[in-house]
Ligand binder design. Structure first.
Ligand code: AMP
Length: 288
């Protein structure tokens, strides 16, 4: 397995793979890898086959963090990540530097952004106004560097996957997006690099998100008619905030492909939520 930090080296390798007629599967990550990430790697391998090449990027992208967010607190362990990638059969890890991705010289600073203007507005976009601009920009850059035929994203970040799909469609990137299911701990907590920050009695409280999802799924499956989104939201908020350190950021019900909010919730609607557990912000989502 190769570990590349130079953008030019990665791009030349990708071009060489293309000349050799190999399909390229790509998994972009911010590192501190867990089984959820590795499941995306296996999926990428399946999609490109034995002759294909699988690349994983590991980059904590500063432009998707707000000024008051947890960029410096974001967990990192490149050595361990490299071991996990090697064991999972990754061909190349691409771990660029901030100076490489966002060059800043005396005469010029980085100044080109990719902005999706519809799906980015609600949910994560409302709570984190510059987040998706950072995500779409870095993913567009990574696509131009790794030149994938297929890129795999997790359903865990449902809105992100929808926005990337829109970007690929709108900007005619010659690749397909594959969305892989959410990997969970045995108690239902969605795996996330941020779970590392759930120390002491915060970890058991983090089950609040899965609890709310299951409650909503059960309500919807037994309801005789569509439920009021406002009422269900209040009920779930109360359920979550029974835990002393859990505070709801948002709970939204929407149509899964357009992300359009619904006022009546019935089977097939999608639920997404963001909850602070202590100071750690967790997100999750599911089809109802
Ligand atoms: P991150 O490193 O958190 O930016 O995530 C990198 C990719 O892994 C994104 O496409 C995420 O949606 C995906 N991912 C993160 N957590 C999970 C999970 N628990 N199950 C499946 N995919 C995940």
């Amino acid at each position: 397995m190769r570990n590349i930090s130079s953008i030019a080296t990665m791009q030349n390798l990708a071009l060489q793979w293309k000349r050799e007629g190999r399909r390229i599967g790509f998994v972009p990550t911010m590192g501190y890898l867990h089984e959820g990430h590795i499941s995306l790697v296996h999926r990428a391998r399946k999609l490109v086959g034995k002759r294909g090449r699988v690349a994983v990027s590991i980059y904590v992208n500063p432009t998707q963090f707000g000024p008051k967010e947890d960029l410096s607190k974001y967990p990192r362990d490149l050595r361990r990540d490299l071991q996990l990638c090697r064991a999972a059969g990754v061909d190349t890890v691409f771990a660029p530097t901030d100076a490489g991705m966002y060059p800043h010289t005396e005469t010029a600073a980085y100044s080109t952004w990719v902005i999706e203007e519809q799906l980015s507005r609600e949910m994560e976009g409302r709570s984190r106004p510059t987040h998706f601009r950072g995500v779409t920009t870095v993913v567009a850059k990574l696509f131009n560097i790794v030149l994938p035929d297929v890129a795999v994203f997790g359903a865990k970040d449902w809105q992100q996957a929808a926005i990337i799909q829109r970007m690929v469609h709108d900007l005619n990137f010659p690749l397909t997006i594959d969305v892989a299911p959410t990997h969970r701990e045995s108690d239902g907590l969605a795996m996330s690099s941020r779970n590392k920050n759930l120390v002491g009695n915060l970890r058991p409280q983090a089950i609040a998100l899965w609890d709310a999802i299951q409650t909503a799924q059960q309500r919807v499956s037994t309801a005789k008619q569509p439920l009021s989104a406002a009422t269900l939201r209040k009920q779930l908020q109360r359920l979550i905030e029974q835990r002393p350190d859990a505070r709801v950021d948002y709970i939204e019900f929407f149509e899964p492909s357009t992300l359009r909010a619904v006022t009546k919730v019935s089977r097939g609607a999608h639920l997404a939520l963001a909850v602070f557990v202590g100071t750690t912000r967790l997100i999750d989502n599911a089809r109802l």
